[in-house]
Ligand binder design. Structure first.
Ligand SMILES: Cc1cc2nc3c(=O)[nH]c(=O)nc-3n(C[C@H](O)[C@H](O)[C@H](O)COP(=O)(O)OP(=O)(O)OC[C@H]3O[C@@H](n4cnc5c(N)ncnc54)[C@H](O)[C@@H]3O)c2cc1C
Length: 513
């Protein structure tokens, strides 16, 4: 672990080193900042795995208003229109910033961006780099930029385990370095810990994406929002790996078809067929697999021998499973992929707790509503990285010296939680299943062992899903299949609300708090 320079004492702490955390740290420069990263920079973050690219309206037939309209349509009545407008309008600036930090986006010989098409987008607007290696290209460029920036101190191999709260405000971070406690006194913390896919047995996310930042924030009293909205990707490669490699949506954008074992197209009856937003496609895939039928992507005709050139990463994953997409069908299943919910934040990225900000997938900004439009998350991470940094940088540093430091909890492990979430809180949900999830998760969440934080996050998802008695966006209730006219309010939950809802005895909760 790097030593903490004296100038960094008491400075803001960013927890997480994906694109959101790295962008926030870079925008804070020259103000000193500490970045905590559980793993070496560039590894174990969803950012480095992003394939399709970053959605920005730069095509000649496109503009930010169209991008905003597509985002709102996918979000199914729950997007915050102001946030959508601001973020879609900031795309070109975000691309320029990424290019300045060293990302070389794919361009045609005439210098124009090569633009991909993905489900729910009415125009080609997915800017990519290194074919399907966009996330890695951006992340590694940002890692280099961070390493060149003297005001940023990166603590690799350090895991945040609790926030320290005094007088109702953030007073520090309790982290673990080599499993020993490390206290970082600070009045300003940015949570950038990514998503929660690792809480599910079938996921495309790094297995460390278990919503640790959400647990930290919730236990400190911050409000979480939109927790029920988990996006399942319809085409995770079903070849036995954990996590499951992703077969990018852009493959369908290039014309690949979803078929069953008999070659019947499973999306043929839908107006936009394979290019419907991914909640619709994921439900179609899930219904097939739940009925015991296998589903495949057929890219033979659309891409054939061009597959490996356009999607080198997917081709490698397929080859490792003995599949050649030029001539073979690609077996796929729906898998947990992205979390629209997270720590509720305002336009500046501020949470409900003084001194706590959130950015990237860990934050619920209102951009995605009930369903994220493909490739909008890298855009959000880049744009919000700047907004959060401006807000943190504009807040006066308050000296803190935490008087009471909680004991160091164990490192989180979601082992038992994954099966519960997959079985009861997956693509298709109902009241009995969600209640079964609550019963199974409650003792874990309010215990003190390694499953406590993952189970608490799962509990928030299941409780919000139970409360939302309708189907909307990615949240699909088989017992409430229609929209409810009362359903257009975002769900907000604090730990105290959850306790009331579950009628949990205060003493038991205090043990895990
Ligand atoms: C396979 C795949 C493909 C995708 N493709 C696209 C795409 O094409 N376009 C798009 O827009 N989006 C895509 N997404 C989604 C997108 O990659 C993520 O939403 C986005 O990268 C999240 O960025 P982030 O910085 O918020 O989190 P992450 O990149 O996940 O980073 C989280 C960081 O937090 C750290 N961390 C977590 N907990 C702790 C802790 N307790 N202490 C210290 N550090 C911690 C992690 O180690 C990591 O460094 C894809 C996701 C996946 C999984």
């Amino acid at each position: 672990m790097a030593a903490i320079p004296p100038a960094a004492a008491g400075c803001p702490v960013v927890i997480g080193a994906g694109i959101a955390g790295l962008m926030a740290a870079l925008h804070l420069a020259p103000e000193p900042v500490i970045v905590l990263a559980m793993a070496p920079l560039g590894s174990d973050c969803a950012s480095a795995w992003a394939q399709g690219g970053i959605a920005v309206a730069v095509g000649e037939d496109d503009d930010p208003a169209r991008h905003a309209a597509d985002t709102i349509a996918a979000g199914d009545g729950l997007c915050d229109a102001d946030v959508v407008e601001r973020i879609t309008a900031s795309g070109a600036v975000a691309l320029a910033e990424l290019a300045r930090h060293g990302t070389a986006f794919d361009r045609a010989p005439d210098g124009r961006y090569r633009l991909g098409l993905e489900g729910g987008h009415g125009r080609r607007r997915i800017v990519h780099a290194a074919g399907d290696g966009t996330g890695r290209a951006i992340t590694m460029a940002l890692v280099e930029a961070v390493r060149r920036t003297p005001s940023i101190t990166v603590l690799e191999g350090v895991e945040a385990r609790r926030l320290i709260i005094e007088d109702g405000a953030v007073a520090g971070v309790l982290a673990a370095a080599d499993d020993k406690p490390l206290v970082l006194p600070t009045a300003r913390v940015v949570i950038a810990t990514g998503g929660i896919g690792g809480l599910y047995r079938e996921t495309t996310n790094p297995l460390t994406a278990i919503g640790q930042g959400l647990a930290l924030a919730a236990r400190a009293g911050a409000t979480l929002a939109d927790m029920e909205f988990v996006q399942f990707h319809p085409t995770a490669l079903a070849a036995g790996q954990d996590p499951m490699p992703l077969v990018s949506e852009a493959v369908r954008g290039e014309g690949a078809l979803l078929v069953d074992a008999a070659g019947r197209r499973i999306m043929a009856d839908h107006p936009r067929a394979e290019l419907e937003p991914r909640d619709i496609v994921a439900r179609a895939v899930r219904r097939e697999t739940a009925a015991g039928r296998r589903v495949f992507l057929d890219a033979r005709r659309a891409l054939g021998s061009r597959f490996a050139e356009r999607f080198p990463g997917v081709a490698v994953a397929c080859r490792a499973a003995g599949i050649d997409p030029a001539v073979d069908l690609i077996p796929v299943r729906a898998a947990a992929h992205y979390h629209m919910g997270g720590i509720a934040v305002d336009a500046a990225g501020r949470s409900s707790l003084a001194g706590l900000w959130a950015v990237g997938e860990a934050a619920a900004t209102g951009l995605h509503g009930a369903n994220r439009l493909a490739s909008n998350s890298l855009l959000e991470a880049c744009v919000a990285g700047r907004t959060v940094a401006e807000s943190v940088g504009g807040t006066t540093q308050r000296p803190t010296r935490p008087a009471v430091v909680p004991p160091l909890p164990p490192s989180s492990r979601p082992d038992g939680v994954r099966g519960i979430m997959a079985q009861h809180v997956g693509v298709l949900r109902d009241r009995d299943g969600l209640n079964a999830a609550l019963d199974a998760l409650m003792p874990l969440a309010f215990g003190t062992d390694a499953e406590a934080d993952p189970a608490l996050v799962g509990l928030f998802v299941a409780a919000a899903a139970l409360q939302r008695q309708e189907s909307r966006g990615s949240h699909s209730r088989t017992d409430f299949p229609a929209h409810s006219s009362a359903g257009t309010r975002r769900s907000l939950l604090r730990l105290a609300d959850l306790k009331c809802m579950l009628d949990v005895d205060d003493k038991r909760v205090a043990i895990g708090a």
